[in-house]
Design a protein around this ligand. Sequence first.
Ligand SMILES: C[S@@+](CC[C@H](N)C(=O)[O-])C[C@H]1O[C@@H](n2cnc3c(N)ncnc32)[C@H](O)[C@@H]1O
Length: 302
Amino acid sequence: MAIRSDLHTEKGLATYVAGMNASQNDKARILDHVQGPAILEVGCGSGAVLELLAEAFPDAEIVGLDMAARLLGVAARVPYAGHAGRAIRLVRGDLFDPTTAGRLGGPRFNSIVFCSVLHELYSFGLLEPGKFGARTSEEGGTAAATRALQAARNMLRPGGVLVLRDGVRPESCPVTLRFKNDEIEERFYRFVDDFHCFEMDFDLDPVTRRVTLDSVGAFEFLSKYFYVQNWDVEVREQFGWADLPGLRALLENLGFTVEHATAYTLPYLQQKWDGDVEITDTNGQPTTLCTTMLARARFTGV
Ligand SMILES: C[S@@+](CC[C@H](N)C(=O)[O-])C[C@H]1O[C@@H](n2cnc3c(N)ncnc32)[C@H](O)[C@@H]1O
């Protein structure tokens, strides 16, 4: 799999790491769902979640897997709680590589965490469906997410849990956006032209400058319009990769029991939206969109 190209410049790397750290408070929600004593974080990136895990589970063995060496270099510098003598291991490897599970010791983890990772894997399948044996883009996304969850299942002990936190796809319905300033409006048009994951059609009323479009596309714009620095990479990712019923179905098909699944709106995003855009439903009533899913699924064994 390809590494994000923005990680190769100092500015791009700094922006990416800052973005990961900015939501660390919200990422702490996963902690209530994690169980030790052996915890794997897939796609640990710069270590924001490993830091939380190290603090919350002082006696656990914690492993971070990531394919981006540059980010592991950042993760290695995090002052993990009680680091001296702690079993925190950083492993460079691709989840999709069949040798990775063996390198990590096989099916031995009590928890495997995916935080802000599945949408990247899904998007990779969306853009390169052939690599996952799929013909259409959407099938490629689902095939990549399925393969990732299967790989994780193969590293869980029976009774172990997957803990997932990521973007959530809204239920498809029309929404209307009115931008509160010209710069954000221009960014919207640019986003629609640049977005790689699906076509974002809209109707535009030139008098009111209101744009009506499907909530799924609106969410993609609303979750990324401020990533100006990493724009070219962000337009290649679908953040709302699954809705909650889709996630449930995917997990249940793989033999997991879904014990918890919720969606909510990140307060800092709601605040940004309040300043930049009016979101209304088809009746002209103010509305909003969920941004994030949090789920726990238990693997009870084959
Ligand atoms: C958005 S970051 C999330 C970092 C961290 N989990 C957090 O929430 O702060 C996604 C990470 O997944 C990693 N990743 C993507 N595909 C991967 C794969 N196939 N195998 C291992 N890591 C992968 C990326 O390199 C990146 O560091």
